[in-house]
Design a protein around this ligand. Structure first.
Ligand code: GLN
Ligand code: ZN
Length: 756
């Protein structure tokens, strides 16, 4: 059976591309040297796939920053303000990705957004009314030729026209459909070039097909491919989808003249049923996405081979494929020295997934595969005891009742009580938790990790920082203080390390955006709290001041969403376990005198399922109760806060209110505050702190600016329900700008209070 890879990670096993690009940004190397690194990486990736016997290897899956941006540039979608900088092509590209400030001008970067339901972010292309979309580059062909010169036949991958039209932002009056003919012409030309080069296959990625499609969307898709497909003669077109099933368009899709269709069997809940119901044409290839491109667990061969058997019984010609690009998993297990073989034997990163494809393809061709040693070894792994269960956790989960998900008394009553006890002024001022992570703060952590500092030295340093931070906040005049989060590198890793059931890798980086990578922890087993995590820091901070210090935790949904989840139990079960662990910490903080506790759910909104119909039953129906489980045990006067990084929750406001927090802070300074109207319409009960300034930039907001923002907010939010805070944590900001901004914020709040 033939095998295919949708895309390979591009940043390098040891993040070579990241380091080279950053050197280039700092002008330490020139573009030739950067190109050389890129070329070496591409060669390595192709050779690795070739050596693993992959039949359909991708080219043009390499990118200096982002594939959507690459495709935008390929189609000439470069806003004027970037062209006017008159930079080289490469620097114009980077200006769009990262912004530009220098001799040639000053422009901000294009916006970034989450790539469907992943933790990867793409650059949002901007289409201007007077722009002409046309084929303006030859990256796909160049990379194809580069591979060909190495003796490797590849399929160039390009994001499809439908997905591109859906992802672009239209800055003028025109809409997607107004660019239909132009974009189709560009793809026709691209195909013509591939024909000329005698390229056998092109892959058009159309992940937008797994989202809800309206009638107009289906029509748009038809119009696009009716124009494009007739231009493919010898060159075969693979329509590749991923991140879900294509239920809204499947019956149409199989009638269209694609030579191959790629479907996701991992996240596509209905993929198999669609094939059962509507069949799959014998003259097309089905690229069956059965090797998970998003998670790091080994493939269960028995299950996969059962599906392959069933597909072949239907006389379908199958190519075995990954479920999505492998860019969402780390490169290789080779560099993991610290995890035992026992653990490692359960994982497959990108390179190991290539081996899985190879093994599965051989097994699929063997009628007697059940006797094959490779198969048996895999069977044994899955039949064995993974030692991931914890009886105490199970027992405790079993004792959780409906009552544990309900905090009493009702919020309105609590809010009155809290006002009396906490005695905060109107429009209380606070921050989101972290304070600037200076060089010394990072050095302290890293020295401790490397064993260059004793625990005592490490703790002493942090205590000194906390004390400084408390004095600083008192001087600024903030009402609710925080300890500053100097002990944390990352809001998930820090908690994961203190919880039983988590594993950590050394080099398992996954691209988050551009040159930025993250190293998500792995949820290996049942999760529980080993010991108090933040209590000592918070209690110390509180001991230094009369003002209220807010405890600071990460919530269960965010911890799960930013980790590699288990596949042997449901997400719902995992989240509930994490919720109980965080609940222990919440109750411990309270028992130790902490009166206010913030439980961050930065990633709650971003993991909403792609289809609206799945929002509640597949996610919110358990994610929201899990959050309630963390705090339902506290006293009525203990105030629970939560924080979310986006304000784009207009469509799930009742669910957010259902978290039953007393206060929520969120990003609003960059959006148009429309969210506040929606909150009002829904009689939102939770008190709110819509960020009054943007912490993502070093700019210091003036008092007047903040006063104005607050005035607008007060027209939409009841005075007794409004909090005053920045829109996110301050850890990436400098000390001077933080000081100035917070002082202005406090002045602004006071000014409004005095106006009565
Ligand atoms: N408490 C965290 C901080 O202030 C929240 C971070 C976040 O929302 N991403 O850094
Ligand atoms: Zn935030």
């Amino acid at each position: 059976m033939q095998t295919s890879v949708i895309g390979f990670p591009r940043i390098g096993t040891l993040r070579e591309l990241k380091f080279a690009s950053e050197k280039y940004f700092r002008k330490e190397i020139d573009s030739d040297e950067l190109e050389k690194t890129a070329e070496t990486l591409r060669q390595t990736h192709w050779n690795t796939q070739k050596a693993a016997g992959i039949d359909y290897i991708s080219s043009n899956d390499f990118s200096f920053y982002d594939l959507v941006l690459d495709t935008a540039v390929l189609l000439g979608i470069v806003p004027k303000r970037y062209q006017e900088l008159k930079l080289s092509d490469l620097d114009t590209y980077f200006a769009m990705a990262r912004g530009y400030q220098g001799e040639c001008g000053d422009v901000k970067a294009l916006a970034m957004k989450k790539w469907f339901n992943t933790n990867y972010h793409y650059i949002v292309p901007e289409v201007e009314d007077d722009m002409e979309i046309k084929l303006s580059g030859n990256k796909p062909l160049q990379e194809y030729k580069e591979a060909k010169a190495l003796g490797i036949e590849t399929k160039p991958v390009v994001i499809g026209a439908y997905t591109m039209l859906k992802l672009c932002r239209y800055t003028g009056k025109k809409k997607a459909c107004d660019f239909l003919d132009e974009i189709c012409k560009a793809y026709q030309e691209l195909i013509a070039q591939c024909e000329k080069e005698q390229i056998a296959w092109i892959q058009f990625d159309e992940p937008a097909l797994v989202q809800d499609m309206e009638k107009e969307d289906v029509e748009l898709f038809h119009k696009i491919y009716e124009q494009i497909l007739p231009h493919a003669k010898k060159c075969q077109i693979l329509l590749q989808t991923y991140f879900g099933d294509v239920r809204d368009i499947y019956p149409d899709l199989i009638k269209m003249p694609f030579a191959g269709i790629g479907l996701d069997f991992i996240e596509g809940k209905e993929t198999f049923q669609l094939i059962e119901k509507y069949g799959f044409p014998e003259d097309k290839l089905l690229f069956a996405g059965l090797v998970n491109g998003k998670n790091i667990w080994k493939n269960h061969y028995e299950k996969t081979l059962q599906i392959l058997d069933a597909l072949r019984e239907k006389k379908i010609q199958v190519v075995l494929s990954t479920s999505c690009s492998l860019q969402h998993v780390p490169y290789t297990l080779k560099h993991e020295q610290k995890l035992s073989q026992e653990y490692l034997s359960y994982f497959a990163f990108a390179e190991e997934k290539l081996i899985e494809l190879q093994e599965l393809s051989a097994l699929a061709e063997n009628n007697e595969y059940r006797k094959d040693a490779v198969y048996l070894k895999n069977q044994k792994l899955f039949a064995g005891d993974r030692k991931c269960e914890n009886e105490d956790v199970k027992r405790r989960m079993a004792l959780v009742t409906e009552q544990d998900y309900i905090r009493l008394p009702q919020r309105k009553e609590r809010q009155q009580l809290q006002k009396k006890v906490l005695k905060l002024p109107e429009l209380p001022t606070t921050t989101i938790g972290s304070f600037p992570q200076t060089k010394e703060v990072k050095a302290n952590r890293s020295a401790f990790r490397k064993g260059e500092k004793t625990e005592q030295e490490y703790v002493e340093f942090n205590k000194k920082k906390i004390a400084e931070c408390i004095t600083w906040q008192e001087e600024i005049g903030l009402d609710v203080l925080v300890h500053g989060e100097y002990e944390r590198n990352d809001m998930v890793e820090y908690f994961g390390e203190a919880l039983g059931g988590f594993l950590f890798t050394e080099k398992a980086w996954v691209q988050s955006y551009g040159t930025r990578c993250v190293k998500p922890p792995i949820i290996w087993g049942d999760v529980y709290r080993k010991k108090p995590i933040t209590v000592a820091w918070s209690v110390y901070a509180q001991s230094l001041t009369e003002k209220v210090v807010k405890g600071m935790l990460t919530g269960p949904v965010t911890i799960l969403n930013w980790s590699f989840p288990r596949e042997d139990i449901s997400i719902k079960e995992s989240i509930s376990q994490i919720a109980l662990a965080i609940r222990d910490e919440v109750l411990d903080l309270e028992a130790n005198g902490i009166k206010m506790i913030q439980i961050d759910e930065a990633a709650l909104r971003e993991k909403l399922p792609l289809r609206k119909s799945d929002w509640y039953k597949e996610y919110l129906d358990f994610a929201i109760p899990a959050f309630r489980l963390t705090h339902s045990g506290v006293k009525p006067e203990t105030q629970i806060h939560t924080h979310m990084c986006y304000s784009e929750f207009t469509d799930i406001i009742p669910a957010i209110d259902d978290m039953d927090a007393d206060v929520i802070t969120f990003e609003a300074s960059r959006s148009d505050l429309q969210i506040l109207d929606s909150l009002r319409e829904h009689n939102f009960e939770t008190e709110v702190g819509p960020g009054v300034y943007d912490i993502h930039s070093p700019r210091v907001p003036s008092v007047e600016e903040i006063v104005n923002a607050l005035h607008i907010m007060l027209t939409k939010v009841d005075r007794e329900k409004l909090w005053v805070n920045p829109d996110c944590g301050l850890k990436t900001r400098g000390v001077a700008e933080t000081d100035a901004s917070l002082r202005n914020m406090v002045k602004a709040a006071k000014q409004i209070r005095n106006q009565g």
